[in-house]
Design a protein around this ligand. Structure first.
Ligand code: FEO
Ligand code: CA
Ligand code: CA
Ligand code: CA
Length: 730
């Protein structure tokens, strides 16, 4: 989600984590010594072995350009782009971009061009590009209509439409009368504008287009039927009027980042779903058990609903509006006459088979329910479990991983959603604890393990369905480490090391006395406007190396790869990574490793440094965990001074970190995919012009990107190529 919201939109990133999970000061358990892990487990010889092991499963390292010593990708080969407040996409010399797929663009035969004035037919939105483009994946498409992993000129682009900027979808913004939605067409448009888009994109001459008539084009949205699978499916927690046996639900929402599988399916992840439900606590709380209230509070299911969909009356025969009302309204004991359990059917990783356009998406409950940012596939090795890394995007939430019980069998590479049943419904969920000595532990969240039992004081777990449904509460009980808002993760294809963006936090969510080794910084990032921003407003990127290079391991070593900061900030305690005008940034969000070049792409979703620059995309050549040194960071909030010992990666310098792109006004840069040859990069520009209240009388908007003139701004996918046809970034 973004840090900057239009007036009237809800902030969903505030912490609900009231657990007293310890920081490093109080963790007393015996741990592996960082020195031993770094010296013996992940030394140079071990890294070489891991790299060799990976090379059979992952794309080979870039051949062009020598890898820098200790760095795992070719050298960056472009001049950094300057910070900018202009309403354009700025790229380095020698690069160009085109706009591929915008909000409203038609993706079925016979659907007209988007008017972009709020007058488009609501029903047509089922066949138009959705809003707020986010996580994305490119699947090469062969002539036989199947996945061709090395196809770089035609592919299925799967991307999330996370949310909407309602102001631009309707003639004059959403119609709300006395707090109530009154125009059914507007709400229908919004239902369709969320979810996922699949388009067939192809290279045509020197540009990229999508095929409006492709049989693969598809929109999945809040009305699409979904199957539930895994431990929570068909349990009493999932019973709704729509599905009394708890086997199904309708729709997906707030699809943020994404992931993929070795069998060519797409994973879309439900992030701030809780905000869409209406539940008026004063009315509903007396109807609920104490246990239910604990769960509802931990997931923030309260309020009118972000878009107030449940307020529209009269309802349709199939409860299209009322299904967003999560209050206990019926008289049944099991919830089969209302949608009190509706929120339990959201908050999951959802698997979609883009090569089977008629297939029903499946919500994979074994991966846990939280504010899912994305699900990032670890190294794929025959005979080893499959692993996905995940983050829960709210302040003070956790980093998780899922490990399949079944070892990967390459014979399942064409298995489609049936392979998902094998690997994604049967596995173990873990949560991360980052310890002060630079090591870390993965703690399994299993019913009956540790404190995840019926005897747990904060929440009495009943069974494994309860554990995956309330993974946040299970992670509290397990003593996981609260992080500074986990956003995207990325796995280095050369050595399996995992990078996770911790986008930012503030003084209210992490006061100075709650700093810990993995979240070690507190300062005032004072804007040029004079506004004080206290806490860790610029965020950082943490990374970890699994013990012995085994993604299924239960311990790891970690350090901080980068700290976001203004180049001008205090070099000792704030700009610790030594950023310069060529590469300074704030609020890292999207992370993604090019499989072709090994470049780590870093995207920002920022509200802190926006007095100086719009959001951006940077390219990094990463080193390895432990390539820097221990460091003591001294922070002050003006009253208290605190010194925290941590581990910081080697400063990248301009050689290894450069700004590659700056986006238009008030946008977030998110979503990144590439063709297997590394010569085409797809990037999403989300919600340009989101912050400024629009003036429809004068067509005055915060941005007019991408169409220019007086046009309303639109989220869009852009395509970046090099003028000489080479690989991107190197
Ligand atoms: Fe939807 Fe965490 O960004
Ligand atoms: Ca964000
Ligand atoms: Ca994000
Ligand atoms: Ca956003």
């Amino acid at each position: 989600m973004t840090d900057h919201r239009s007036p009237g939109q809800n902030r969903r990133d505030d912490s609900t984590n009231l657990s007293d999970n310890p920081g490093f000061d109080t963790v007393l358990q015996a741990r592996l010594s960082r020195r031993r892990l770094l010296g013996g487990g992940i030394g140079a010889a071990a890294l070489a072995m891991i790299g060799g092991g990976l090379s059979t499963a992952c794309a080979a390292p870039a051949a062009q350009g020598a890898a820098a010593p200790g760095r795992s990708a070719a050298k960056l080969g472009f001049s950094p782009v300057a910070k900018s407040l202009a309403d354009v996409v700025a790229l380095p010399d020698g690069y160009r971009h085109s706009v591929l797929y915008r909000l409203g663009d038609p993706i079925a035969a016979g659907v007209g061009e988007y008017l972009n004035n709020g007058q488009d037919d609501a029903a047509s939105f089922a066949f138009r590009g959705g809003d707020h483009h986010d996580g994305m994946h490119y699947f090469g498409l062969g002539p036989n209509g199947k996945l061709h992993k090395n196809e770089s000129s035609r592919g299925l682009l799967c991307l999330n439409h996370e949310a909407i900027t309602p102001a631009y979808l309707h003639p004059n913004g959403p119609t709300v009368v006395n707090g109530v939605r009154t125009v059914a067409d507007e709400v229908l448009r919004e239902f369709y504008a969320h979810g996922v888009g699949i388009i067939e994109a192809f290279k045509a001459g020197d540009g990229w287009r999508y095929d409006q008539d492709s049989r693969f084009n598809r929109r999945i949205h809040t009305l699409t039927e979904m199957e539930l699978s895994g431990p929570a499916a068909k349990t009493p927690y999932m019973v709704t009027k729509y599905s009394p046996d708890g086997s199904r639900t309708r729709g997906t929402v707030n699809n943020c980042a994404s992931g993929n599988t070795p069998w060519g399916t797409y994973l879309t992840c439900e992030e701030n779903w809780a905000g869409y439900f209406r539940r008026i606590a004063a009315i509903d709380n007396p109807m609920r058990t104490a246990k239910e209230l604990t769960a509802l509070a931990r997931y923030s299911v309260a309020g009118n609903g972000r878009e107030r969909w449940a307020t529209l009356t009269p309802d349709t025969p199939d409860d299209l509006y009322g299904r967003w009302n999560a209050m206990k309204l019926g008289t049944s004991a099991d919830g089969s006459d209302d949608y009190r359990n509706g929120p339990n059917t959201y908050g999951w990783v959802v698997e979609i088979d883009p090569f089977a356009p008629a297939s029903t998406p499946r919500k994979r409950t074994a991966l846990g329910r939280f504010a899912h940012e994305g699900a990032w596939l670890g190294p794929v090795r025959s005979g080893a479990p499959l692993v996905w890394y995940m983050g829960c995007d709210s302040r003070n939430e956790y980093i998780y991983k899922y490990v399949s019980n079944q070892p990967w069998n390459p014979a399942d590479a064409d298995g489609g959603i049936k392979a998902g049943d094998k690997y994604l419904d049967d596995g173990r969920l873990y949560v991360a604890r980052f310890d002060a000595d630079g090591s870390g532990q993965w703690i399994e969240l299993g019913f009956g393990l540790g404190n995840v039992t019926p005897a747990n004081a904060a929440y009495a777990f009943a069974d494994q369905a309860d554990v995956v449904l309330h993974a946040r509460l299970a992670a509290d009980a397990a003593g996981a480490t609260k992080m500074d808002r986990p956003e995207w993760g990325a796995v280095n294809p050369h050595n399996g090391e995992v990078y996770m963006a911790l986008t930012n936090t503030n003084a209210a969510s992490r006061p100075i006395d709650q700093l810990d080794a993995a979240n070690p910084r507190f300062y005032n990032d004072r804007k040029t406007t004079g506004q004080n921003q206290l806490g860790n407003p610029n965020g950082h990127i943490i990374r970890f190396a699994e013990a012995s290079g085994d993604a299924g391991a239960t311990s790891f070593t970690w350090d901080v790869f980068l700290f976001g900061a203004r180049a001008s900030a205090d070099a000792q305690n704030v700009n610790i990574s030594g950023l310069t005008d060529a590469n300074d940034f704030s609020s890292p969000d999207g992370l993604w490793f090019s499989q072709a070049t090994g470049v780590l792409w870093i995207e920002t979703d920022d509200g802190a440094y926006t007095d100086v620059t719009n959001c951006m995309l940077l390219a990094a050549v990463p080193g390895t965990v432990g390539d820097g040194a221990p460091r003591t960071i001294v922070s002050t909030d003006g009253v208290t001074t605190k010194a925290v010992d941590t581990y910081v990666g080697k400063q990248p310098g301009e050689e290894n970190l450069r700004r590659f792109l700056v986006g238009p006004k008030e946008c977030e840069i998110t979503g990144v995919a590439e063709t297997p040859d590394g010569k085409t990069l797809f990037i999403n520009i989300q919600h340009p012009g989101e912050d400024t209240r629009p003036d429809f009388a004068t067509d005055s908007f915060g941005s007019h990107w991408p169409d220019g003139g007086l046009a309303r701004p639109r989220s869009a996918t852009i395509v970046i190529t090099r003028e000489d046809g080479g690989r991107i970034g190197i």
